[in-house]
Design a protein around this ligand. Structure first.
Ligand code: FE
Length: 206
């Protein structure tokens, strides 16, 4: 058998992945960036196709990875993780610095940024695996990189147990990944509107 819980034991970091459609820039949170080869410096990143940034990576092939630290507030995860850049401008009204490729990065809550250029991409159904050559990389601080586990236990707000009068007898489900709360029956094919995880990642809270 394949135990889902066993898969949760794999360690991940958290990163803001920024890219561009040629004019507007967009960013999303990813937990899968790894170095593939040291010489030359190549990295891999897997991106959920539900993220607009996935489309941008296929289109223009240039991106930045900001490595988030343990000091990153939940607001940053909300800003980049839980809304789609298809209909919002995630950088609106904010002044971010740029790397040599012209893309934004997060100076405040990242300890490093790397710029890369896609050299290969592989379609795996829900996700695309991108292989990229690093064109620039710099250290921004000595703060500790945040792990996915640290985010779950120290940054993500714990969902408050709903009061009886609030639920009105309706069932409530919370997404274990991002904290989104769904009211009413949860269909098997439900997709979390915030983090795009399936119904199997929800648990009943009342
Ligand atoms: Fe979610």
């Amino acid at each position: 058998m394949v135990e889902k819980e066993a898969m949760y034991k794999i360690t991940y970091g958290l990163f803001v992945l920024t890219s561009t459609d040629g004019e507007k820039q967009n960013g999303c949170i990813v937990n899968t960036v790894s170095m593939l080869t040291d010489n030359p410096k190549r990295i891999v990143v897997f991106v959920n196709k539900a993220n607009y940034t996935e489309e941008l990576l296929r289109k223009t092939g240039v991106f930045n990875v900001s490595v988030l630290t343990e000091k990153t507030p939940f607001e940053t995860f909300k800003q980049f993780g839980f809304c789609s850049g298809r209909d919002t401008d995630k950088f609106a009204g904010k002044n971010y610095p740029k790397t040599e490729n012209g893309l934004y990065y997060l100076p405040e809550f990242a300890n490093a940024v790397m710029s890369a250029k896609v050299i290969d991409s592989y379609d795996y159904g829900t996700h695309t695996l991108f292989v990229a050559e690093v064109t620039e990389a710099k250290t921004l601080s000595d703060d500790k990189s945040v792990s996915y586990e640290y985010y779950q236990s120290h940054i993500k707000p714990k969902p408050a147990a709903p009061k009886a009068e609030e639920t009105g007898g309706k069932e409530k489900w919370v997404c274990k990944i991002c904290g989104y709360v769904h009211e009413g029956e949860l269909p098997d094919d439900f997709i979390c509107p915030w983090c795009k995880h399936p119904a199997s990642d929800f648990e009943k809270i009342n």
